[in-house]
Every structure is written in structure tokens, then in C-alpha cells.
Ligand binder design. Structure first.
Ligand SMILES: Cc1cc2nc3c(=O)[nH]c(=O)nc-3n(C[C@H](O)[C@H](O)[C@H](O)COP(=O)(O)OP(=O)(O)OC[C@H]3O[C@@H](n4cnc5c(N)ncnc54)[C@H](O)[C@@H]3O)c2cc1C
Length: 442
């Protein structure tokens, strides 16, 4: 009897979860076995990380358990370490350190991205990334414990450093993070006798001339103004040049001590992708064709943050180079749907479809009841954008159970019951690495 073909999917994030759900719907009984491998037992809905850090959403509610959500897929919790393309095998390390090999007929690589670091002295020792649930919890704890320290210490310099927070990177990740962390710090400071909200120092540092460049200039200016109203200093055309032992030095000559530095200065492809011997772009993403098949590899596919996918819907720049899709959940989910169709077509000897999606725009929350958005070219700001941000992400959040829990968290926060409990994760200082997103064993 012929063996059932096996599709192995590495990465159970936006791409992996959507792809597995689509394959469960599209494949006939016995047509193929789908195995989903992820280093973590759950998918994290990253657009809600800022609200987890801000204490508006409970951490577990943004994590979608893979095993119980995917009933027709074999889920393996383990980290993929290498791929042998000649033997069509993926090598995995299981949580207890043991290894196992998994044969495939078709392989999908979707392990996402990691923080793009720079050679800044002190970066790996002092900064924390903002890509995982653990990062969000650590930052939330950092705010709460630093405020408590500031309230207790007799040392004025220690107090200033404890109350100083720096976010590096003015994309939507950095903007949402600084807005939520500052909101959390203000709410907390008001409840601590001896602390004054005017002592809080929040700095958003951006190397380019604009924050959130995907927004039209007027909305960018609005965002800067709202952040400024809340007491956040936005520094454009500025780089962090050093942060050794918490002494932050900026390219504009400013120097100050900050206990907490968040690194949100862009992402690059997961390091696993560069180890497979297939073509990657300068950002470490696998180069794919418009069908999402990896260039030069018949049975290997890629999508999401770890794939350099030609963007057929984007306007071509003057140098005629094909633009590539951005690292967004919007592309990841839609690519996963086309990929599911193409995998089924491959099994059945059908035609492959091209990935083409016109970018719908972006939405970002700026803390309490304020946001910015551009949807199909229409700019929105303030309460309308904030509501749209919530409605959009709640609709995109996988599973009804998670949607329900998040809606209840929001109601509870609106009634003024934002949780200000520290989980005591950062005693002794912040030591997380910006590359904590994907701890892939060598
Ligand atoms: C804070 C934050 C906010 C964001 N907000 C937005 C937003 O508002 N809108 C938007 O469109 N996009 C947003 N994004 C971007 C969006 O989250 C990503 O584009 C999306 O997650 C990409 O999906 P993916 O499936 O490629 O990767 P991921 O969703 O990151 O999934 C990758 C998966 O691979 C697993 N993995 C990694 N290495 C291995 C390995 N070696 N073996 C096995 N498994 C592995 C990981 O555990 C993870 O589950 C945000 C990102 C962040 C960090």
C-alpha cells in the first residue's frame, strides 16, 4: 500500500496555525498527514503583546494552544535545528534535550523572525526585546518593580535611573510598547505615595526621520504629538550608541542612566533559515517565488516573516526591482491560505496560484482610548482608530474562546480594574536578550 504523503510545517505562529487549519478543511481523509512542529506549545498573537505588557490583557489569553485547537494535525513540541534536503528529513530537539528526525514529502518553513540587533555596546546584556510573551511579562514587571524601587530608595540617582525607560525603534511595535508601558507607569505612580508622575521619563528613539513610516505624514505628526502630550520624548534621526551597564548614550550627545531599555528596532529571518543552504535575502529570509515555493527547492515552501515573498500588488519602484512583502501578520495569514491551496494542488497535480494581496493598511493603539490607522488609504485617529484597532484584532484573534477572554479582560480594565500585580520576574535586573524570540539549539 502506498505511504500517505507527509507535510511537515516548521513554526506554529500566524502562518503555521492558519495553514494547518486550512489543510484540515481542504484535505480529503487519508490524502496527507500534516505535522506541525513548534518550539512552543502555543501560538502567540503578537499584536496584543503591548496590551499584555500594559496589564489590559492577561498573558495566557493571547496564547492559542496548538494541540487542542488543531484536532486533525499531529503537533510536535520541539525546535527544528537542521534540514537534510537530500534525505528530506527535519531534525528536531525536544524539550528534554533529546533529538528526533521527521521525514517529509513537502516541507513548509515558517519559523518567523528574531529581533534585528546592531553592534551597540551593552545591548545584549542590558536591553530586552519585544517579540515574545515572556518579553511582555518581563517589561510589565520591570515597570512595576522599578517604580517600587524608586519609591523606596534614598539615592536620587538610583531613583532617576529606575524611573527612566527607553524604547529603541519607532515602528508600530515600538510606538505601541512605549505608549502602553508609559500608561501603566502613570497609573501605577498615581497609587504610590511619594512618587510623582512628572518624575517618569520615557524616551522613544528612532534612527529615521519619522516614526511609523507606513502612516501618512499627518498621522505621523499626530502620533508624535499624542505621545508628547503623555510625556514621552520622541527623538528622530537619533541612534543609541551605547548602553553599557545602563548608561545610555545617544548620537545627539545625550547621556543618562536607564534601568529599562526595550529593543524594537526591526526584525530579520529566524537564524535557522540561513543554515539550510537555500537562498536568503540580506534580512535572512528565504527567497520564494510568487507561489511561495522556495527558489531552487522543489519540495520546500516558506511564508510569513521568514520569507522574502515578491509583492505583486505593490507599486514597482523606479529601479524595477520587485518589492517584497513586509513582515506583518496581515501577509502571514493570507500567504498561509494561498500556501494551503498550493500544497493541495501539488498533491493532486493541479495548478499553483500566485500570492497577491493589496495591503489593507495598519492600525496601532496609543494607550487609553487613542489610536492611529490607515485603512485602504483612509486615515483615522483618536477614539475611532482605537476602536478599530480593538475590533480588527479581536476579529483576527484565533478561536472563540480567546476572543471571549480578551473581551472580558478589556471590560474589566475599562471598569478601572487594570491588574498592577508584579510577577517578580526581573529581580536583580533585566537580563533578557533581544534575540529571545527563537532560542534555537545549535
Ligand atoms: C509586538 C509586536 C506587535 C505586532 N503587531 C502587528 C500588528 O499590529 N499587525 C500586523 O500585521 N503585524 C504585527 N506584528 C507582526 C506579526 O506578529 C508577524 O508578522 C507575524 O507573527 C509573522 O507570522 P509568522 O508565522 O511568520 O511568525 P510567528 O507568528 O512569529 O511564528 C513563528 C513560530 O515559529 C516558532 N519557531 C521559531 N523557531 C523555531 C524552530 N527552530 N523550530 C520550531 N518552531 C520554531 C515560534 O515559536 C513561533 O511560534 C507584530 C509583531 C510584534 C513582535
Amino acid at each position: 500500500m502506498p505511504r500517505t504523503p507527509r507535510i511537515v510545517v516548521v513554526g506554529g505562529g500566524f502562518v503555521g496555525l492558519t495553514l494547518a487549519q486550512q489543510l484540515e478543511r481542504r484535505l480529503r481523509r487519508g490524502e496527507a498527514e500534516v505535522v506541525l512542529v513548534d518550539a512552543s506549545p502555543s501560538m502567540t498573537y503578537q499584536p496584543f503583546l503591548a496590551e499584555v505588557a500594559g496589564g489590559r490583557i492577561e498573558a495566557r489569553h493571547v496564547a492559542v494552544p496548538l494541540r487542542t485547537t488543531l484536532r486533525g494535525t499531529r503537533v510536535v513540541t520541539g525546535a527544528a535545528t537542521t534540514v537534510d534536503r537530500d534525505r528530506r528529513t527535519v531534525q528536531l530537539t525536544l524539550p528534554d534535550g533529546t533529538t528526533m528526525g521527521l521525514d517529509y514529502d513537502e516541507l513548509v518553513l515558517a519559523p518567523g523572525s528574531v529581533s534585528r540587533t546592531q553592534p551597540v555596546p551593552g545591548l545584549t546584556e542590558h536591553a530586552v526585546g519585544f517579540t515574545t510573551l515572556a518579553d511582555a511579562l518581563r517589561l510589565r514587571d520591570a515597570v512595576l518593580t522599578r517604580l517600587a524601587l524608586a519609591a523606596d530608595t534614598q539615592d536620587a540617582e538610583r531613583r532617576r535611573a529606575a524611573l527612566t525607560f527607553v524604547v529603541v525603534g519607532g515602528g508600530y511595535t515600538g510606538v505601541e510598547a512605549v505608549a502602553e508601558l508609559q500608561d501603566l507607569a502613570r497609573s501605577t505612580a498615581r497609587r504610590y505615595p511619594g512618587l510623582d508622575v512628572t518624575e517618569l521619563r520615557f524616551e522613544l528613539v528612532e534612527a529615521d526621520a519619522e516614526i511609523m513610516p507606513e502612516l501618512p505624514p499627518r498621522l505621523g505628526a499626530y502620533t508624535r504629538a499624542r505621545l508628547g502630550d503623555s510625556g514621552i520624548t520622541v527623538r528622530l534621526r537619533t541612534q543609541v550608541t551605547s548602553m553599557v551597564e545602563g548608561l545610555v548614550e545617544l548620537s545627539d550627545g545625550e547621556r543618562f542612566r536607564a534601568d529599562t531599555v526595550v529593543w524594537a528596532a526591526g526584525v530579520r529571518g529566524n537564524p535557522l533559515l540561513a543554515r539550510i543552504g537555500l537562498p536568503v535575502d540580506p534580512r535572512g529570509r528565504l527567497r520564494t517565488r510568487t507561489t511561495l515555493r522556495v527558489d531552487g527547492a522543489e519540495h520546500v515552501w516558506a511564508a510569513g516573516d521568514g520569507a522574502a515573498v515578491p509583492d505583486l500588488a505593490a507599486a514597482r519602484p523606479s529601479d524595477d526591482a520587485t518589492p517584497l512583502c513586509g513582515a506583518t501578520a496581515q501577509h502571514a495569514v493570507r500567504q498561509a491560505k494561498v500556501l494551503a491551496r498550493n500544497l493541495v494542488a501539488t498533491l493532486r497535480g493541479g495548478r499553483l496560484a500566485d500570492y497577491r494581496h493589496r495591503d489593507a493598511g495598519s492600525v496601532a493603539g496609543l494607550g487609553s482610548h487613542r489610536g492611529v490607522a490607515r485603512i485602504y488609504g483612509v486615515p483615522l485617529r483618536g477614539l475611532a482608530a482605537w476602536l478599530l484597532h480593538r475590533v480588527y484584532h479581536l476579529a483576527m484573534m484565533p478561536t472563540w474562546g480567546r476572543k471571549e477572554r480578551i473581551a472580558l479582560d478589556w471590560m474589566s480594565a475599562l471598569l478601572g480594574r487594570r491588574d498592577l500585580t508584579a510577577a517578580d520576574l526581573v529581580r536583580g535586573g533585566l537580563t533578557a536578550r533581544p534575540e529571545s524570540r527563537a532560542q534555537v539549539p545549535a
